[in-house]
Design a protein around this ligand. Structure first.
Ligand code: SF4
Length: 489
């Protein structure tokens, strides 16, 4: 029986961020510098994962890859990118990761690159599978050896299994066994395949370069950076194949009966410049702020954004309330990502280092502070203490989403359930804990009213506890009915 790799505990984290997302994916086919294009595409999506980065390339005969721990700019050099392209590569995929499943280990850096009966394959994954552990146990009992602790590796084992290889479409058959969130980009020697789960949890878009090459990315901001024009989203349940003949599409499953677009992409994660699920993030966040002002007005001297993620909602709040907008908290942009915070004292010090309060502005003033969300609450409390220490007369905290009471199993690394400040406290108890004069969260109804699609199309489980899939009872058999082949052209 093979030894199971232990699933390690994640170390520390970022100075001012308590929530992390796994991850960003990128792919490009039909350009002469695919590694360099991928580098830019990943750089543009660095906000989705800062733990590791990787690029795999093909020259049409062989796949090669480079992965490493750290930021995209730390992992790659001009020389290493040139080396990746030295054999005349024509396609690449890339990934930047923030672990939610599998832990912070270099072996988990993606793209994962493997050889199997069908040749070589590299895969990059955004999302989280809820049946990965169950699938892995089944494979290990059958003698499979795993090289990583990542949930993504089971996808390769599925693809390589005889049952899938005998299928007419091995990749489609593989995807039908997966439960949870997956926006996947596969690189084979002759093609890229971009796939999205039937629930649509994570974004995935296709674009076209001026020279005719095609690009796939988690966010449209990556298309903008590499000079590609948005074609469309990869549809839930769809596989888009990109090769020398262009784009073709097939479905491996019909879209889910209840979609699950992650509403938190709009609240916090995505770049404001991106179009997520067809809707601009900046405009959405401003709308959230406007709605928040309507739901929770207050008399104050001015509106102060909590940088950086509260800015857009604060703009909306100020506009709707008629209160002046003032930047009274200045972020220190040079606090690096390597600032680990194993203890609460260190976390508090990190907050003071990361955010500087302009005492002259806040002294003796009543402030509306707008932030996007509260997770553990410890960081927010430290920020409120800073404002009080600087002499703020009143602090009215406004949050542009509902209280986060439940963990996410679909690709966002919140704290454990017991560490969520709203898990066991009501809003008044949270207000007391944070030491502010008033606290209001945007209602779930208000949040969904700001989305372009109908409310029932969004996953809101971290607020409502209503999970589309039961994370406690994952299924390992093929759970999705084969879809009819559908050609988009
Ligand atoms: S639980 Fe929350 S963070 Fe996770 S996918 Fe659903 S909305 Fe997004």
């Amino acid at each position: 029986m093979p030894q199971r790799l232990p699933l390690p505990v994640l170390p520390g984290g970022h100075a001012a961020y308590e929530k992390k997302e796994k991850c960003a994916v990128f792919g490009v086919w039909g350009t002469s510098h695919p590694a360099r294009v991928s580098y830019l595409g990943l750089y543009a999506q660095q906000h989705r994962g800062q733990e590791s980065a990787g690029i795999a390339v093909t020259d049409g005969r062989r796949l090669e890859g480079q992965t490493g721990m750290g930021l995209v700019a730390e992992v790659f050099t001009p020389d290493s990118l040139a080396k990746l392209e030295s054999k005349g590569s024509k396609a690449a995929i890339g990934h930047c990761r923030y672990s939610t499943a599998g832990g912070s280990l270099s072996c988990n850096a993606q793209p994962l690159l493997e050889s199997y009966i069908g040749g070589q394959v590299a895969v990059a994954h955004n999302g989280n599978l809820i049946n990965a552990e169950a699938l892995r146990i089944r494979f290990e009992e059958a003698g499979h050896l795993f090289h990583t602790t990542s949930d993504t590796e089971v996808i390769i084992h599925l693809l390589a299994s005889p049952a899938q290889q005998k299928a007419i479409d091995p990749l489609a058959e593989t995807l039908r066994h997966l439960q949870g969130a997956f926006s996947l980009v596969f690189l084979f020697n002759d093609r890229i395949e971009a796939c999205r789960d039937p629930w649509g949890w994570r974004p995935l878009v296709i674009g076209q370069l001026e020279d005719g090459g095609y690009v796939v990315a988690s966010e449209t901001v990556a298309l903008d950076v590499v000079g590609a024009t948005l074609i469309r989203e990869v549809e839930p349940g769809e596989i888009v194949r990109i090769d020398d003949t262009g784009l073709t599409s097939r479905t491996f499953a019909p879209p889910a009966q209840r979609m699950a677009y992650c509403v938190f992409e709009h609240v916090y994660f995505a770049n404001p410049a991106s179009m997520i699920f067809g809707q601009n993030v900046q405009a959405t966040r401003e709308r959230l702020g406007e709605r928040l002002a309507a739901e929770a007005p207050v008399k104050a001297d001015f509106v102060v954004p909590m940088p950086d993620s509260g800015r857009s909602a604060a703009l909306g709040y100020a506009r709707a309330s008629g209160l002046p907008y003032r930047e009274a908290i200045v972020p220190n942009r040079y606090v690096g990502r390597t600032f680990i915070k194993p203890t609460q004292d260190q976390r508090n010090a990190a907050v003071r280092l990361k955010l500087n309060v302009i005492a002259d502005l806040v002294r003796g003033r009543s402030l509306v502070i707008v932030d996007d969300s509260i997770v553990r609450g410890t960081t927010t409390r430290a920020k409120m203490n800073q404002l009080k220490a600087a002499g703020a007369k009143e602090i009215h905290l406004r949050i542009s989403c509902p209280p986060i009471r439940h963990p996410c199993y679909f690709g966002v690394d919140f704290a454990e359930r017991t560490q969520l400040v709203a898990n066991t406290r009501n809003v008044e108890q949270i207000r007391e804990f944070l030491g502010v004069d008033s606290l209001h969260y945007l209602s779930l109804e208000g949040l969904l009213a700001c989305m372009d699609r109908k409310g029932s199309d969004y996953c809101t489980a971290c607020y409502s506890g209503e999970y589309r899939l039961d994370p406690e009872h994952p299924v390992t058999e093929s759970v999705i009915e084969p879809a009819q082949l559908r050609i988009f052209g």
